[in-house]
Design a protein around this ligand. Structure first.
Ligand SMILES: N[C@@H](CCC(=O)N[C@@H](CS)C(=O)NCC(=O)O)C(=O)O
Length: 213
């Protein structure tokens, strides 16, 4: 059986939501943040990266959101929540499974950290804001008129995008992106998403937002 090692207020919420969507039996282990920020030592001992999400299953330990989602869908998904390999939908799915953490997270996080520097960060604002606009503009264009990242059904890629948008929404970065805001509301209204919130307890990314100087 899968054990979801759930770090409070973290990306492991993606995995909780996924196992709820699939209706899998799973064990949940909850870990509060240490010092309100970092994974506690017992979480860091699970995997060398020391980052959430981590699952264990059948003697294996798997980390990294995209890999965890792919593993669960491959081993426990029974063909659900992903397109058929070789189709155009699958090509889009592959890209979106990777581009959220691989491309969009960097300018998103940099923007938050550069903002913490106040005036000292000013030399970087142009570049960082330009990259944020470029990446979020791409997401907005692609998601306009869509209820799901791929085709007409939920796939693993929706779990990747939703977490990013939750953070961006709390950072008040979605004001100019109506398609992304609409999509986020659709995902957050899903019964399995709500069950995952109930099961996981606290999920408030605001606790991790740095104070702007
Ligand atoms: N790209 C990684 C990022 C992992 C990551 O940064 N996780 C955060 C939680 S959202 C974490 O573990 N933070 C606690 C720490 O750094 O100690 C993934 O998607 O799995």
């Amino acid at each position: 059986m899968i054990t979801v090692h759930h770090l409070a207020d973290s990306r492991s919420q993606r995995v909780l939501w996924l196992v709820e969507e699939l209706g899998l039996d799973y064990e949940l282990k909850f870990y509060p943040r240490a010092d309100g920020m970092f994974a506690p030592p017992e979480y860091q001992r699970l995997h060398g990266l020391g980052k959430a999400p981590v699952i264990t299953d059948d003697g294996r330990t798997i980390a990294e959101s995209g890999a965890v989602i792919e593993y669960i869908l491959e081993v426990h998904g029974g063909g659900r929540l992903r397109p058929i390999v070789g189709t155009d939908d699958w090509v889009r799915y592959l890209q979106w499974m990777h581009l959220i953490e691989g491309s969009v997270m960097l300018p998103y996080i940099l923007n938050i950290y550069v903002g913490m520097l106040g005036a000292a960060g000013a030399p970087l604002y142009g570049r960082v804001h330009g990259e944020v606009d470029r990446h979020f503009g791409f997401l907005e264009t692609e998601m306009t008129g869509r209820d799901f990242v791929v085709g007409n059904d939920l796939t693993g890629a929706d779990f990747q995008l939703t977490f990013l948008l939750e953070g961006a929404s709390l950072s008040e970065m979605l004001g100019n992106y109506p398609a992304l805001s609409r999509y986020l509301a659709l995902m957050q209204a899903r019964p399995a998403y709500i069950r995952a919130l109930e099961r996981g307890g606290s999920y408030d990314l605001r606790r991790l937002m740095p104070v702007q100087s």
